[in-house]
Design a protein around this ligand. Structure first.
Ligand SMILES: C[S@@+](CC[C@H](N)C(=O)[O-])C[C@H]1O[C@@H](n2cnc3c(N)ncnc32)[C@H](O)[C@@H]1O
Length: 233
């Protein structure tokens, strides 16, 4: 997942300064995600994430924002449950796929809107009832906590913040290529968000194990961090 080719470094007349800068600097998020999506016709299953469905399915539909929506599986599912959803993602390729998937699923166009943008600078304009972030994790720069905190501030009283995230590597991976700090733990997530205790209530803070099939066809498990916070006022 981390290998990539930078066209400039392959050009015969690229200056050595540029080549050195390319080698030393971490890859820019937009470039990293565009390459990841462009490399395959579909990166994710297109289906809603199981833990998102089981938790959000208990909430009363209103206005929702899906952070890092990818190819749109969660946002489309939310719209099908009656939410008015905006999905936002840094990758234009992912956003085009999400729009096409919404059309293919015949979702009412007034219920779902997909926006290409960088959440580090993008801000929602209206009060929200639900902010979701599924596997909003990245091996390149992503100020996850800062973005979640900003989005949480857009929630109306009674609104919910729902995060579902990888809590560890898949059971079939012996040595994860991802450093431990990229994994999310429910209590640590809540601590890092540091939302005012008198304004927020923790509804769910759990590790949930999912039974899945590993890429080589054997049974395996994935561990998700699931956090649901409710804004009281
Ligand atoms: C692991 S994927 C998860 C996609 C989707 N939520 C899902 O569950 O299938 C993380 C997503 O976050 C997006 N992303 C990363 N950094 C971002 C940023 N700064 N602003 C918006 N989206 C970002 C990526 O493009 C990618 O689609």
């Amino acid at each position: 997942m981390t290998s990539h080719h930078h066209p400039a470094s392959a050009a015969p007349d690229a200056s050595s300064t540029d080549a050195a800068a390319t080698a030393e600097q971490p890859q820019a998020p937009t470039e990293f995600w565009e390459e990841l999506y462009t490399a395959k016709p579909a990166v994710w299953s297109g289906r809603v994430n199981a833990n998102l469905a089981s938790v959000a399915g208990t909430l009363t539909p209103g206005r929702a924002l899906d952070l890092g929506c990818g190819e749109g599986g969660d946002a489309i599912w939310l719209a099908q449950q009656g939410w008015r959803v905006t999905g936002i993602d840094i990758s234009t390729v992912a956003i085009e796929r999400a729009r096409a998937a919404a059309r293919a699923a015949r979702v009412d166009g007034s219920l779902v809107d997909f926006v290409a943008g960088d959440l580090e600078t993008w801000r929602p304009v209206e009060p929200l009832d639900l902010v979701t972030a599924s596997f909003f994790q990245s091996p390149v720069h992503l100020p996850r906590t800062q973005i979640l905190r900003e989005a949480a501030r857009m929630l109306a009283p009674g609104g919910h913040l729902l995060t579902v995230a990888h809590a560890g590597p898949p059971s079939w991976v012996e040595n994860s290529e991802h450093p431990a700090h990229l994994f999310v733990h429910p209590e640590r997530e809540i601590d890092e968000l540091a939302l005012p205790a008198n304004e927020w209530e923790t509804v769910i803070a759990e590790l949930r194990t999912r039974e899945v099939t590993s890429p080589d066809g054997a049974p395996g498990t994935l561990e998700d961090s699931v956090v649901l916070l409710r804004r009281l006022r």
